[in-house]
Every structure is written in structure tokens, then in C-alpha cells.
Write a protein that binds this ligand. Structure first.
Ligand code: NAD
Length: 259
């Protein structure tokens, strides 16, 4: 299917690896011009180069921390009029909620709620004026289902979702949409390192831990980042203008619900 977004400009935050990178790739395959981002310039440039070589897309790699105002300013300087914004960032580390300090609480809210909102504030009026805008936030299945130890991450992402719910409706008539994608377990570096830690804590091999975790998902496997990227590209497409304010789970059926 032609997604109808060739030539559109996209900022994809935190995209040197994992789900963000998969979104950047899928948008590049659809013909978009991409601003990719990560904190490690070497890793980012390698990822950008791979996407340039394999898709032929124009890719500008901007090494900065999207959690900082100067990082976001650098992204906007590289792409002042984005048509597509994919909000992503690292998540706070798992921790017993009783142990989370005030400073850690604020840092988690900054990273997973305030940073994406700031980028929406900076870009949405331009999108509306041009009559096309697609904003996609990478959040987490934990917005829908509790995960012990990820309380700060879940709270900040649920806050982001609620904060943008009214804006999603307010801009829908100008063909600007805001949606959230909620990943279950995807095969990324982050999941591999978290899995290695949990396997060690439980005295298991990583293979045994992964097999157990895969068995708990109805699809019996981890999600593939490219599956996530394709969903993101569809939500960014010309065909998705009637979908807004939605939180879309992609989790192999893990969340058990009828509707
Ligand atoms: P990952 O660690 O594989 O990749 C994260 C990417 O973000 C890397 O490229 C990293 O360099 C970049 N990054 C991190 N902090 C940044 C910052 N401050 N500024 C710029 N770049 C930054 O992670 P992932 O698995 O792709 O996860 C992406 C997001 O989705 C995270 O917020 C994660 O918590 C969430 N999530 C992932 C899963 C999963 O199964 N992978 C499940 C639920 C939620």
C-alpha cells in the first residue's frame, strides 16, 4: 500500500536503536525525510547510515538528549516544520515505588511526559496551518496494565496520554492526529539487557528466561521491531486521518480483554 507520505518530513526521537529506529526505517521506506536522534553520536550515525543505504531516504542524524530543552531545540532546528513527530525516549529504571526520590520522580516525568508534550506544543500549530500532522507517542502496555516496579514509567506515560487527549480532538478537523502506541514485549536491546538482569536474579539462563516469557504471550514470541515500525508508519500515513486520541496496543495478545 502506498502510505501517501512520500516527501513528508519526520522527526523520530530516540531512534538510534530499538522501536524508535524501526519507526524511522518504516517512515524512510514510505519516502519520508527523517531526522533521527540518539545521545551517542557514533551509534546514531551508524543507524542513520544503514537507513540511508537501504532505503535511499534523506536522513539527518541529530545527536542530542531529547529530554533536555537544548536537545529539543536542536531537533527543531534540523526540522523546523515537521509533518510527522514520533515521540520516544528511554524509560526510568525499574524501582520499588517507595524508594523513588523526588528528584527521580521529576526526572521520570520530564523524560516521559514533559519532553513529548513540549515537542507537541512546538509543532502542532504549524501542522494545523499546513493541513497535515501526525503525532505518535511510543508509550507502553503498562499504561493499560500494571507492571510492578515500572510505576513511574507507567504514571508518566498515562499522564502524557491524558494530557494530549483533548488536544487530539481539538486539532482533528485540521487533519492533525495524536495517537499512542503501547508496546508489549519487543525484541530490542533494552528488553535483552532487562531480561539478562532478571534471568541472573532468578538464577536462570537468558534462553530459559526468554522461553518462559515468550510462552506467556498468546503469540508465543517477542514482537519484532519492524512490526512496530509498520504500525507507526500506518498511523503516520495519509490514510489514518480519522484515527486520533487512540492508545493502540501491540502485544501479541498479552493484554487479556474482550474489547
Ligand atoms: P532501546 O533501549 O532498545 O532504544 C532506545 C533508544 O533511545 C536508543 O537508541 C537510545 O540511544 C535512545 N535514547 C534513550 N534515551 C534518550 C534520550 N534522552 N535522548 C535521545 N535518545 C535517547 O529501547 P526500546 O526497547 O526501543 O524502547 C523504546 C521505548 O519504548 C522506551 O521508552 C521503553 O521504555 C518503551 N517500551 C519498550 C518495550 C519493549 O518491549 N521494547 C515495552 C514497553 C515500553
Amino acid at each position: 500500500m502506498d502510505l501517501g507520505i512520500a516527501g513528508r518530513k519526520a522527526i523520530v526521537c530516540a531512534s538510534s536503536r530499538g522501536l524508535g529506529k524501526a519507526c524511522a526505517r518504516a517512515l524512510a521506506e514510505a519516502g519520508c525525510e527523517i531526522v533521527m536522534n540518539g545521545r551517542d553520536a557514533g551509534v546514531l550515525e551508524k543507524a542513520a547510515d544503514e537507513i540511508r543505504r537501504t532505503t535511499g531516504a534523506r536522513v539527518n542524524a541529530v545527536a542530542c538528549d531529547v529530554g533536555l530543552p537544548e536537545g529539543r531545540a536542536a531537533l527543531l532546528a534540523a526540522c523546523p516544520e515537521p509533518d510527522i513527530l514520533v515521540n520516544n525516549n528511554g524509560g526510568p529504571p525499574p524501582k520499588d515505588f517507595r524508594q523513588i526520590s523526588h528528584a527521580e520522580m521529576i526526572a521520570g516525568l520530564e523524560a516521559n511526559m514533559i519532553a513529548p508534550i513540549a515537542l507537541v506544543q512546538a509543532t502542532i500549530d504549524g501542522m494545523a496551518a499546513r493541513g497535515f500532522g501526525r503525532i505518535i507517542d511510543i508509550t507502553s502496555a503498562s499504561v493499560r496494565t500494571p507492571l510492578i516496579g515500572l510505576d513511574l514509567s507507567s504514571g508518566a506515560r498515562a499522564g502524557l496520554t491524558a494530557f494530549l487527549a483533548a488536544a487530539a480532538r481539538a486539532f482533528a478537523d485540521r487533519n492533525v492526529t495524536i495517537n499512542h502506541i503501547l508496546p508489549g514485549v519487543f525484541d530490542t536491546d533494552r528488553i535483552a539487557s532487562a531480561g539478562a538482569r532478571q534471568a541472573q536474579m532468578r538464577g536462570m539462563t537468558l534462553e530459559a528466561f526468554r522461553a518462559e516469557r515468550e510462552k506467556s504471550v498468546p503469540a508465543k514470541r517477542y514482537g519484532r521491531p519492524e512490526e512496530f515500525g509498520h504500525l507507526c508508519a500506518f498511523l503516520a500515513s495519509a490514510h489514518a486521518g480519522y484515527i486520533t486520541g487512540q492508545s493502540i496496543l501491540i502485544d501479541g495478545g498479552a493484554f487479556n480483554t474482550v474489547v
